[in-house]
Write a protein that binds this ligand. Structure first.
Ligand SMILES: Cc1cc2nc3c(=O)[nH]c(=O)nc-3n(C[C@H](O)[C@H](O)[C@H](O)COP(=O)(O)OP(=O)(O)OC[C@H]3O[C@@H](n4cnc5c(N)ncnc54)[C@H](O)[C@@H]3O)c2cc1C
Length: 485
C-alpha cells in the first residue's frame, strides 16, 4: 500500500490549490481524481474575485490567470452592478475567466510543484484510526495517509462516508443553462416574467451565445435536451431564435447546504464538498480556493509536527462562518431576483441603496472576499484581516508584501527600529524582514487605519499579530500559529 502524508480526493479548483499549498511546504501529497484530464464544460465558474486574485498573487502566479482573462470594474449583486475600481487593492476588479481555462492553468502550477495526480480513479471509501486513514480507490488499490481531504465537490463521497450533516435548504428554483449558436439575433440582456429572470448574453462578438432560463418546475432528473431548451426559449421569448449547435446544456438550482463540521478527526472537507449554494455573485470557486489556502499551511504544520493537531480546529472556526455568509448572501440574491411586482419594488429599492457609497462598499467588500475578518480577538483593525500588498523599502531594495509570501512561509514585518524584534527561537519557521513604509494604511470597506509598528503575517496572508512598538503578545502569537519552541 502506497503511503502519503496527505491524500486529496478531487482535483478541481479546491483540490488543486490545496495540493499546491502543501507541496510548497514540502508535504508528500497526492490527488485522486475521477476525470481523465482538467476539461470542464463551460457551465461552471465565470470569474475570479479580488481576494482570490490576491491569494494567487501571494504565490507569484496571478499573472498567469490575468493574462488569460478580461478585467471588469464591477461585480454583480443580483444584477446590481457594484463598481470596485476605488478599492484599495492592486486587483480592484473582477477577472472574467471561465473555469475551463482556470483549471488547466492551476493544474500546470501543481504539476511544476511535482504533485502526482492519480487520474481516472475515485476514492470509494476510507477508514480512519489513531495514526492515519486507509483510502480505498475504485481500481481496488488503497493508499495510506496521515490525513484525507475531501475536495470532491457538492456530492462529496468523503462527506457522506464521514457521516457529516449537510444542513440547509432544498432547491426552490431550477435554471437551464446552455452555450449555443442561434440563426437569429436574440434579445440580449435580462428579461423578467411571471416565472423568473432569464438572460441571453455573449462575452465577445463571434463567441457562442449563453442562455440562462428560469424553469417552471424545480424537480428534474439529468441534463436537459435540445428540445427542452427550444421549448423553454419559446415559452419565454415566443421564439427559439433558430437555436442549434449546443456546446453543452445543463441546469443548476438554488440548493443551499453547508457541512456541519469541516473536520472529523483525520478527515477534512473543503470547497463545494463543504458548501453548495447558487452561483449568483460568482463565489463558489473563489470560496473553495480560499478554503484551500486557509487549510494548506495549517495541515502542513501539523504533518510536520511543528504545530499540534488542534491548529486544524481553527480551519473550521475561520472558514465555516465565511461559507455561511456566502450561503446567506446568495439566498438574498435569489430572493431579490424573484419575478413579481413586489420583488421588483424590492430590487428598485436595493438598487437605489447600493448606489450609495457605504452600502456599495459593504456588499462589494463581501462578494470580493476583501472584507474577510477572522476572529482573532480584540486589537488593531488589521488583526485577522488580509495584509495589504504594500510597496516596501528594505535593505535589499524595494519589494512588495505579496512577494515575501511566495514561498507560503510566515513573515514578521518590522516597520519600526531595524533589528528591534528578536524571534531567534522561531527563526527557522518565520522570516523576519525589516522594512520601511511611509504611505497610508487603507483597508477595503474600513478605510484608513493607524500605521502599525510591526505585523506578523500568516502564510495565507492574514495578520496574526500587530505590534505597537513593543513585542507584547508576540511570543504568544508565534506559539499559537507557528508552534512552541
Ligand atoms: C452554473 C454555475 C455557475 C457557477 N459560477 C461560478 C462563478 O461565477 N464563480 C465561482 O466562484 N463559482 C461558480 N460556480 C461554482 C464553481 O463551479 C464551484 O464552486 C467549483 O467548481 C468548486 O470547486 P471544487 O474543487 O470544490 O469542486 P468541483 O469543481 O466539483 O471539483 C470536484 C472534483 O472532484 C472529483 N471527484 C468527485 N468525486 C470524486 C471521488 N470520489 N474521487 C475522486 N475524485 C472525485 C470531480 O471529478 C471534480 O474534479 C458555478 C457553478 C455553476 C454550476
Amino acid at each position: 500500500m502506497n503511503e502519503h502524508a496527505v491524500v486529496i480526493a478531487g482535483g478541481g479548483p479546491t483540490g488543486l490549490m490545496l495540493a499546491g499549498e502543501l507541496a510548497l511546504a514540502g508535504i508528500d501529497v497526492v490527488i485522486v481524481e475521477r476525470r481523465a484530464n482538467q476539461d470542464v464544460d463551460g457551465s461552471r465558474a465565470g470569474g475570479l474575485h479580488s481576494r482570490t486574485i490576491e491569494v494567487l498573487d501571494q504565490r507569484g502566479i496571478a499573472e498567469r490567470f490575468l493574462s488569460a482573462g478580461q478585467v471588469h470594474p464591477a461585480l454583480g449583486f443580483s444584477q446590481v452592478a457594484l463598481d470596485i475600481s476605488d478599492f484599495p487593492t492592486r486587483h480592484n476588479y473582477l477577472l472574467a475567466l471561465w473555469q475551463s481555462l482556470f483549471e488547466p492553468i492551476l493544474a500546470d502550477w501543481v504539476g511544476e510543484l511535482g504533485v502526482p495526480i492519480l487520474r481516472e480513479r475515485e476514492v470509494v471509501g476510507f477508514a480512519q484510526d489513531d495514526t492515519g486513514v486507509d483510502v480505498e480507490l475504485s481500481d481496488n488499490t488503497s493508499l495510506r495517509a496521515e490525513y484525507l481531504v475531501g475536495c470532491d465537490g457538492g456530492r462529496s463521497l468523503i462527506r457522506k462516508a464521514a457521516g457529516i450533516d449537510f444542513a440547509g435548504l432544498d432547491p426552490s428554483t431550477s435554471w437551464m443553462i446552455a452555450e449555443v449558436e442561434m440563426d437569429e439575433e436574440p434579445e440580449f440582456g435580462f428579461r423578467h416574467d411571471s416565472v423568473g429572470t432569464h438572460a441571453i448574453g455573449r462575452r465577445e462578438e463571434g463567441e457562442p451565445i449563453r442562455v440562462v432560463l428560469t424553469e417552471r418546475h424545480v424537480e428534474h432528473t439529468g441534463d436537459p435536451s435540445m428540445d427542452e431548451l427550444r421549448e423553454a426559449l419559446i415559452a419565454v421569448y415566443g421564439t427559439d431564435y433558430g437555436v442549434h449547435s449546443a456546446n453543452w446544456i445543463s441546469r443548476f438550482t438554488d440548493m443551499s447546504r453547508q457541512a456541519a463540521s469541516y473536520r472529523q478527526g483525520r478527515v477534512l472537507l473543503a470547497g463545494d464538498a463543504a458548501h453548495v449554494h447558487p452561483p449568483q455573485g460568482g463565489q463558489g470557486l473563489n470560496t473553495g480556493v480560499q478554503d484551500a489556502v486557509n487549510l494548506g499551511w495549517k495541515l502542513a504544520q501539523v504533518v510536520n509536527k511543528t504545530s499540534p493537531e488542534s491548529l486544524l480546529d481553527s480551519y473550521h472556526a475561520e472558514r465555516h462562518p465565511v461559507g455561511a455568509r456566502v450561503l446567506h448572501n446568495t439566498m438574498a440574491q435569489v430572493a431579490l431576483a424573484r419575478a413579481d411586482d413586489r420583488h421588483q419594488a424590492l430590487r428598485d429599492t436595493m438598487t437605489e441603496l447600493l448606489g450609495m457609497d457605504e452600502p456599495r462598499r459593504r456588499i462589494a467588500g463581501m462578494l470580493s472576499g476583501l472584507d474577510i475578518h477572522y476572529d482573532l480577538g480584540e486589537g488593531h483593525p488589521l488583526l485577522g484581516r488580509r495584509m495589504p500588498d504594500l510597496d516596501l523599502q528594505t535593505a535589499d531594495g524595494p519589494t512588495r508584501v505579496f512577494t515575501l509570501l511566495h514561498d507560503a512561509r510566515p513573515v514578521l514585518l518590522n516597520l519600526g527600529e531595524p533589528g528591534g524584534l528578536d524571534i531567534t527561537p522561531w527563526a527557522d519557521r518565520v522570516l523576519t524582514i525589516d522594512a520601511e513604509y511611509a504611505d497610508d494604511w487603507e483597508l477595503p470597506v474600513l478605510g484608513h487605519v493607524a500605521a502599525p509598528a510591526a505585523v506578523m503575517i500568516r502564510p495565507d496572508g492574514y495578520v496574526a499579530w500587530v505590534g505597537d512598538g513593543t513585542d507584547t503578545g508576540l511570543r504568544d502569537a508565534l506559539t499559537t500559529w507557528f508552534g512552541s519552541r
